[in-house]
Write a protein that binds this ligand. Structure first.
Ligand SMILES: Nc1nc2c(ncn2[C@@H]2O[C@H](COP(=O)(O)OP(=O)(O)OP(=O)(O)O)[C@@H](O)[C@H]2O)c(=O)[nH]1
Ligand SMILES: [Mg+2]
Length: 461
């Protein structure tokens, strides 16, 4: 597919940097850049071979003002990111200067690119499938090594290939069924219903395997939210600091030190975890603390996992009991903190109140038991180690929804065989399943879907 317009954008993040990169893509990319580029030594870009780098000045032809001294990569289609002619201009990384160069390109016929438009062109020009396009953004955003591995596998086409392979199996089956329908009047049978059913069951198992990895994949990509809660002064902020290994939150012996919810990301055993340190929960008349307590309760609602911190050096108090009740239905780890002091907590009572919750003994300030706590957090999230292996992980809810719909259609097709419904009906269900799988890789898409997918990209990618 060819576009008439040529797009340009700053591809490096805003702010000062050593280098700022401007990308130009489209049929007029080389001609437009040529108008504002004075190659050194003298010469034109026009006759230059592809994949070459050129030194020169960006000059405003209207005023002869030299805007910047740049290196420019000339990339001719089709071996480019978008499969169009592209020029990448490496400027000095000043935000003002980059805007000036982009304005100059726009004045000479380029258009500002929409978010993700370069990758959208790569997809529409058939260089990558939709799962690969989405992986580009996952690569940029991911927070852990495992997330990066999943995104990279997807970018290499691992998920796309798996979906295509399932689709091909369905296509071959459909061809046989349709041949059967065509030859039905001649009483010729190309494939038996038993064979069709067995093949469909096989395909269903492959789809189930993909869906199984969804929860883990999503967590590895997006991470989880974990709230640290407890009554005042039990050591929640000390624990946050110990996990982050920095003095992030204020710690003080005065109960009610933390008022607002404090958030930060940590990489715990390869999982990206957003930690939320909250205000100590208690009944209070202080309006600021009341708001803090409200926010702490909100954090509990949002959290996938809660760390309930208790002070092991004191007997349980009313607030501890209140919290244990509040967290009954929540995924939770109980923490007995301050175990470096003499213990007064009635551990038995905690076990009785939270029978299905693991308890970990730590000292946040003396850094005792933290390794065990981090293991417990990982186990609570994953129930063991997650290995990024052969089966591609599903990480996008868009993919999951489409694959679940395909699963449903194939299931219906199997039921149709069992209840001896017509082959036409069977073919229809298989075709519907294929359409849903096509949505994942982008062979059946709508403009709305593409707008939604690429709308989540950053500009210049
Ligand atoms: N001995 C000992 N003291 C601790 C430990 N953890 C925290 N403390 C002390 O307990 C006091 C309260 O700690 P914080 O971390 O501020 O407690 P908090 O739960 O965040 O308190 P609020 O924000 O007021 O709800 C401080 O004086 C800490 O030094 C521990 O493991 N051992
Ligand atoms: Mg605190």
């Amino acid at each position: 597919m060819d576009w008439e317009d040529t797009i340009c954008a700053i591809s490096t993040p805003p702010g000062e940097a050593a280098i700022g990169l401007i990308r130009v893509s489209g049929p007029e990319a080389i001609r437009i850049v040529q108008q504002v580029f004075r190659k050194k030594p003298d010469g034109s870009l026009e006759g230059q071979p592809s994949h070459t780098i050129h030194y020169g000045l960006v000059v405003d032809p209207a005023t002869a003002e030299v805007v910047d001294e740049v290196l420019l990569s000339l990339l001719r289609k089709p071996r480019t990111y978008t499969r169009e002619d592209m020029v990448e201009i490496s400027c000095h990384g000043s935000p003002l200067l980059l805007i000036k160069v982009v304005n100059l390109l726009v004045r000479h016929g380029a258009r500002l690119a929409q978010p993700g438009e370069f990758t959208k062109r790569a997809f529409l020009n058939g260089r990558i499938d939709l799962t690969q396009a989405e992986a580009v953004m996952d690569m940029i955003r991911c927070k852990t090594e495992a997330g990066l591995k999943i995104a990279f596998d997807q970018l290499q086409g691992k998920l796309g290939k798996e979906i295509k392979s399932i689709n091909d199996q369905l296509l071959s089956l459909l061809a046989h069924i349709e041949a059967d329908i065509d030859f039905s009047e001649q009483d010729l049978q190309v494939i038996s219903m038993e064979e069709v059913k067995n093949k469909l069951v096989e395909v269903l198992a492959q789809i189930c395997k993909l869906l199984e990895g969804w929860e883990e994949g999503r967590i590895l990509r997006d991470g989880v939210v974990m709230a640290i809660v407890g009554r005042p002064n039990v050591g929640k902020s000390s624990l946050l600091n110990a996990i982050l290994q920095e003095d992030r939150a204020i710690v003080a012996s005065t109960p009610g030190t933390t008022r607002d919810v404090l958030e930060d990301w940590a990489n715990i055993r390869g999982i990206a975890i957003k930690l939320m340190d909250t205000a100590g929960l208690r009944n209070t008349h202080d309006p600021i603390e009341i708001e803090g307590v409200r926010r702490a309760k909100e954090a509990i609602e949002k959290a996938h996992l809660v760390l309930l911190v208790m002070d092991a050096s004191q007997p349980l108090q009313e607030e501890d009991h209140m919290l244990m009740d509040l967290l009954k239905a929540k995924k939770c780890i109980g923490i007995l903190n301050k175990t470096d002091l003499s213990e007064k907590i009635e551990e038995k009572k905690v076990v009785e109140r939270l029978p299905n919750t693991s308890l970990v003994r730590i000292s946040a300030t003396k850094h005792i038991g933290l390794d065990l706590l981090l293991d417990a957090i990982r186990d609570e999230i994953f129930h063991g180690q997650v290995v990024v292996g052969e089966t591609p992980f599903l990480v996008s809810s868009r993919h999951r929804q489409a694959i679940e719909k395909a699963h449903q259609s194939i299931y219906q097709a199997i039921l149709a065989i069992q209840s001896e419904m017509s082959s036409e009906f069977l073919a229809l269900e298989i075709r519907t399943a294929m359409d849903h799988l096509g949505e994942v890789i982008g062979t059946t898409t709508t403009e709305d879907l593409l707008d939604w997918v690429f709308g989540q990209f950053c500009i210049g990618k």
